[in-house]
Design a protein around this ligand. Structure first.
Ligand code: MG
Ligand code: MG
Length: 267
Protein backbone atom coordinates (compact mmCIF):
# COMPACT_ATOMS: atom_id res chain seq x y z
CA UNK A 1 0.00 0.00 0.00
CA UNK A 2 1.24 3.47 -0.87
CA UNK A 3 1.29 5.82 2.13
CA UNK A 4 0.37 9.42 1.38
CA UNK A 5 1.64 11.81 4.04
CA UNK A 6 0.08 15.05 5.21
CA UNK A 7 2.08 18.27 4.93
CA UNK A 8 2.79 18.03 8.66
CA UNK A 9 4.02 14.46 8.34
CA UNK A 10 6.35 15.51 5.53
CA UNK A 11 7.76 18.17 7.90
CA UNK A 12 8.45 15.37 10.40
CA UNK A 13 10.15 13.35 7.65
CA UNK A 14 12.31 16.38 6.88
CA UNK A 15 13.55 16.38 10.46
CA UNK A 16 14.41 12.66 10.15
CA UNK A 17 16.08 13.36 6.80
CA UNK A 18 18.31 16.02 8.31
CA UNK A 19 19.47 13.57 10.98
CA UNK A 20 20.54 11.18 8.21
CA UNK A 21 22.22 14.02 6.28
CA UNK A 22 24.18 14.97 9.40
CA UNK A 23 25.18 11.37 10.09
CA UNK A 24 26.45 10.90 6.53
CA UNK A 25 28.38 14.18 6.67
CA UNK A 26 30.04 13.01 9.89
CA UNK A 27 30.88 9.62 8.40
CA UNK A 28 32.24 11.24 5.22
CA UNK A 29 34.53 13.39 7.33
CA UNK A 30 35.75 10.24 9.09
CA UNK A 31 36.73 8.38 5.90
CA UNK A 32 40.53 7.99 5.82
CA UNK A 33 43.15 5.29 5.28
CA UNK A 34 43.41 3.00 8.31
CA UNK A 35 39.90 3.73 9.57
CA UNK A 36 37.64 0.69 9.92
CA UNK A 37 34.06 0.47 8.75
CA UNK A 38 33.23 -0.40 12.35
CA UNK A 39 34.56 3.00 13.40
CA UNK A 40 32.47 4.71 10.70
CA UNK A 41 29.46 2.82 12.02
CA UNK A 42 30.11 4.20 15.51
CA UNK A 43 30.29 7.75 14.13
CA UNK A 44 26.88 7.32 12.50
CA UNK A 45 25.32 5.73 15.57
CA UNK A 46 26.61 8.53 17.84
CA UNK A 47 25.22 11.19 15.53
CA UNK A 48 21.83 9.52 15.17
CA UNK A 49 21.37 8.84 18.88
CA UNK A 50 22.63 12.31 19.88
CA UNK A 51 19.86 13.74 17.69
CA UNK A 52 17.28 11.70 19.61
CA UNK A 53 16.72 9.37 16.67
CA UNK A 54 16.99 5.60 16.22
CA UNK A 55 19.29 3.88 13.69
CA UNK A 56 16.79 2.12 11.40
CA UNK A 57 19.24 -0.39 9.91
CA UNK A 58 20.26 -1.85 13.27
CA UNK A 59 18.28 -5.05 13.78
CA UNK A 60 16.52 -4.74 10.41
CA UNK A 61 16.01 -8.43 9.47
CA UNK A 62 18.93 -9.05 11.86
CA UNK A 63 21.38 -6.53 10.32
CA UNK A 64 24.13 -5.69 12.82
CA UNK A 65 25.12 -2.18 11.65
CA UNK A 66 23.72 1.35 11.70
CA UNK A 67 25.19 1.88 8.23
CA UNK A 68 25.84 -0.31 5.24
CA UNK A 69 29.50 0.02 4.25
CA UNK A 70 30.19 -1.41 0.80
CA UNK A 71 33.70 -1.23 -0.64
CA UNK A 72 34.82 -1.37 -4.29
CA UNK A 73 33.05 -4.35 -5.96
CA UNK A 74 30.56 -4.45 -3.09
CA UNK A 75 27.46 -2.63 -4.30
CA UNK A 76 25.17 -2.46 -1.27
CA UNK A 77 24.44 -4.01 2.15
CA UNK A 78 28.07 -4.43 3.30
CA UNK A 79 28.23 -5.11 7.04
CA UNK A 80 30.44 -2.67 8.98
CA UNK A 81 33.19 -4.42 10.96
CA UNK A 82 36.14 -3.56 13.17
CA UNK A 83 38.25 -5.89 10.98
CA UNK A 84 37.51 -4.03 7.74
CA UNK A 85 40.22 -1.40 7.24
CA UNK A 86 39.95 1.31 4.57
CA UNK A 87 42.89 1.66 2.19
CA UNK A 88 43.90 4.54 -0.03
CA UNK A 89 42.00 4.30 -3.32
CA UNK A 90 39.07 2.31 -1.95
CA UNK A 91 35.61 3.45 -2.93
CA UNK A 92 33.19 3.17 -0.04
CA UNK A 93 29.42 3.43 -0.31
CA UNK A 94 27.77 4.41 2.94
CA UNK A 95 24.03 3.91 3.29
CA UNK A 96 22.35 5.25 6.41
CA UNK A 97 18.84 5.42 7.84
CA UNK A 98 17.25 6.92 10.93
CA UNK A 99 13.85 7.10 12.57
CA UNK A 100 12.76 10.30 14.29
CA UNK A 101 9.33 10.50 15.92
CA UNK A 102 8.32 7.42 13.95
CA UNK A 103 9.35 8.78 10.54
CA UNK A 104 12.17 7.45 8.38
CA UNK A 105 14.98 9.00 6.36
CA UNK A 106 17.26 6.97 4.05
CA UNK A 107 20.28 8.21 2.09
CA UNK A 108 23.56 6.96 0.66
CA UNK A 109 26.81 8.37 -0.71
CA UNK A 110 29.91 6.89 -2.34
CA UNK A 111 33.31 8.43 -1.61
CA UNK A 112 36.91 7.53 -2.35
CA UNK A 113 39.53 7.12 0.36
CA UNK A 114 41.99 9.78 -0.84
CA UNK A 115 41.88 10.93 -4.45
CA UNK A 116 39.72 8.94 -6.90
CA UNK A 117 41.10 7.65 -10.19
CA UNK A 118 39.58 9.23 -13.32
CA UNK A 119 37.50 6.07 -13.82
CA UNK A 120 36.19 6.11 -10.22
CA UNK A 121 35.45 9.84 -10.34
CA UNK A 122 33.46 9.35 -13.55
CA UNK A 123 31.54 6.39 -12.08
CA UNK A 124 30.58 8.31 -8.95
CA UNK A 125 29.64 11.45 -10.88
CA UNK A 126 27.51 9.46 -13.32
CA UNK A 127 25.71 7.65 -10.49
CA UNK A 128 25.06 10.78 -8.45
CA UNK A 129 23.92 12.70 -11.54
CA UNK A 130 21.46 9.92 -12.44
CA UNK A 131 20.00 10.14 -8.93
CA UNK A 132 19.44 13.88 -9.40
CA UNK A 133 17.90 13.26 -12.83
CA UNK A 134 15.43 10.92 -11.12
CA UNK A 135 14.78 13.32 -8.24
CA UNK A 136 14.05 16.09 -10.77
CA UNK A 137 11.10 13.97 -11.99
CA UNK A 138 9.57 13.72 -8.52
CA UNK A 139 6.94 16.26 -9.47
CA UNK A 140 3.16 16.41 -9.21
CA UNK A 141 1.45 15.24 -12.38
CA UNK A 142 4.11 12.75 -13.37
CA UNK A 143 4.15 8.98 -13.12
CA UNK A 144 6.45 6.77 -11.09
CA UNK A 145 8.39 5.39 -14.05
CA UNK A 146 9.22 8.91 -15.23
CA UNK A 147 11.77 8.73 -12.41
CA UNK A 148 13.02 5.26 -13.44
CA UNK A 149 13.35 6.34 -17.04
CA UNK A 150 15.22 9.54 -16.14
CA UNK A 151 17.77 7.53 -14.11
CA UNK A 152 18.37 5.13 -16.99
CA UNK A 153 18.53 7.88 -19.59
CA UNK A 154 21.11 9.74 -17.53
CA UNK A 155 23.35 6.66 -17.19
CA UNK A 156 22.94 5.71 -20.85
CA UNK A 157 24.02 9.18 -21.98
CA UNK A 158 27.64 8.42 -21.07
CA UNK A 159 30.08 7.07 -23.60
CA UNK A 160 31.14 4.38 -21.11
CA UNK A 161 28.73 1.44 -20.99
CA UNK A 162 27.85 1.43 -17.28
CA UNK A 163 25.80 -1.37 -15.74
CA UNK A 164 22.57 -0.46 -13.97
CA UNK A 165 21.97 -2.98 -11.19
CA UNK A 166 18.47 -4.40 -11.44
CA UNK A 167 16.37 -6.17 -8.80
CA UNK A 168 17.57 -3.65 -6.18
CA UNK A 169 16.05 -0.18 -6.42
CA UNK A 170 14.29 2.66 -4.69
CA UNK A 171 11.12 2.51 -2.63
CA UNK A 172 8.36 4.33 -0.91
CA UNK A 173 9.25 5.50 2.60
CA UNK A 174 7.35 6.88 5.58
CA UNK A 175 6.49 5.13 8.83
CA UNK A 176 8.50 2.18 7.50
CA UNK A 177 11.81 2.32 5.66
CA UNK A 178 10.63 0.17 2.77
CA UNK A 179 7.14 0.77 1.44
CA UNK A 180 5.41 0.51 -1.91
CA UNK A 181 6.05 1.40 -4.62
CA UNK A 182 9.31 -0.22 -5.74
CA UNK A 183 11.24 2.28 -7.88
CA UNK A 184 13.19 0.64 -10.70
CA UNK A 185 16.27 2.44 -12.01
CA UNK A 186 15.30 1.83 -15.64
CA UNK A 187 12.24 1.46 -17.83
CA UNK A 188 9.74 3.29 -19.98
CA UNK A 189 8.33 6.59 -18.75
CA UNK A 190 4.67 7.32 -18.13
CA UNK A 191 3.68 4.22 -16.16
CA UNK A 192 2.92 3.28 -12.58
CA UNK A 193 1.28 5.26 -9.80
CA UNK A 194 0.65 8.97 -10.28
CA UNK A 195 3.03 11.26 -8.42
CA UNK A 196 0.90 13.14 -5.93
CA UNK A 197 1.66 15.52 -3.05
CA UNK A 198 2.53 13.57 0.10
CA UNK A 199 4.20 10.66 -1.68
CA UNK A 200 7.75 10.14 -0.40
CA UNK A 201 10.30 8.03 -2.24
CA UNK A 202 13.88 6.91 -1.83
CA UNK A 203 15.64 7.19 -5.21
CA UNK A 204 18.80 5.09 -5.30
CA UNK A 205 20.67 4.16 -8.45
CA UNK A 206 23.34 1.45 -8.14
CA UNK A 207 25.76 1.56 -11.03
CA UNK A 208 28.76 -0.57 -12.04
CA UNK A 209 31.73 0.03 -14.31
CA UNK A 210 31.14 -3.39 -15.87
CA UNK A 211 28.32 -5.92 -15.94
CA UNK A 212 25.20 -5.24 -13.84
CA UNK A 213 25.08 -8.87 -12.67
CA UNK A 214 25.28 -9.37 -8.91
CA UNK A 215 26.03 -12.03 -6.31
CA UNK A 216 25.20 -12.16 -2.61
CA UNK A 217 28.08 -13.12 -0.34
CA UNK A 218 27.84 -15.94 2.21
CA UNK A 219 27.26 -13.40 4.99
CA UNK A 220 23.71 -13.24 3.62
CA UNK A 221 23.89 -9.48 3.09
CA UNK A 222 26.73 -8.09 0.98
CA UNK A 223 25.81 -7.69 -2.69
CA UNK A 224 28.81 -7.65 -5.05
CA UNK A 225 29.33 -7.35 -8.79
CA UNK A 226 29.70 -10.78 -10.41
CA UNK A 227 32.59 -9.56 -12.59
CA UNK A 228 34.42 -7.82 -9.73
CA UNK A 229 33.99 -4.37 -11.28
CA UNK A 230 33.57 -1.38 -9.01
CA UNK A 231 30.16 0.04 -8.15
CA UNK A 232 28.67 3.25 -6.80
CA UNK A 233 25.44 3.95 -4.94
CA UNK A 234 23.78 7.27 -4.20
CA UNK A 235 20.42 7.76 -2.52
CA UNK A 236 18.16 10.53 -1.32
CA UNK A 237 14.69 10.55 0.19
CA UNK A 238 12.38 12.98 -1.60
CA UNK A 239 8.84 14.19 -0.91
CA UNK A 240 6.57 15.26 -3.73
CA UNK A 241 4.99 18.58 -2.78
CA UNK A 242 2.86 21.18 -4.59
CA UNK A 243 5.90 23.49 -4.43
CA UNK A 244 8.20 20.95 -6.07
CA UNK A 245 10.48 18.10 -4.98
CA UNK A 246 11.72 18.40 -1.41
CA UNK A 247 14.89 16.37 -1.01
CA UNK A 248 14.48 15.57 2.66
CA UNK A 249 17.95 14.07 3.17
CA UNK A 250 19.82 16.95 1.47
CA UNK A 251 20.91 19.80 3.74
CA UNK A 252 19.70 22.38 1.17
CA UNK A 253 16.50 20.47 0.32
CA UNK A 254 17.89 19.65 -3.12
CA UNK A 255 18.33 23.23 -4.40
CA UNK A 256 21.83 22.77 -5.83
CA UNK A 257 21.27 19.27 -7.21
CA UNK A 258 17.99 20.07 -8.96
CA UNK A 259 18.99 23.47 -10.40
CA UNK A 260 20.82 21.99 -13.45
CA UNK A 261 17.52 20.32 -14.41
CA UNK A 262 15.60 23.61 -14.24
CA UNK A 263 13.68 22.34 -11.20
CA UNK A 264 13.14 24.50 -8.14
CA UNK A 265 13.25 22.53 -4.92
CA UNK A 266 10.92 23.23 -2.08
CA UNK A 267 12.96 24.28 0.94
MG1 MG B 1 19.45 3.37 1.88
MG1 MG C 1 16.73 2.85 0.42
Amino acid sequence: MIQIKTAHEIELMRAAGLVVAGALAAVRAGVAPGVTTGELNAIAEDHIRSAGAIPSFLGYHGFTGCICASINAEIVHGIPASSRVLELGDNISIDCGAILQGWHGDSAITVTVGEPSAEDAALMAATEQSMWAGLARAVVGGRLTDISHAVEESISAHEHDYGIVDHYGGHGIGTEMHQDPHVLNYGRAGRGPKLVPGLALAIEPMVTVGSPDTLELEDGWTVVTKDGSRAAHFEHTVAITPEGPWVLTAEDGGVAGLAPFGITART
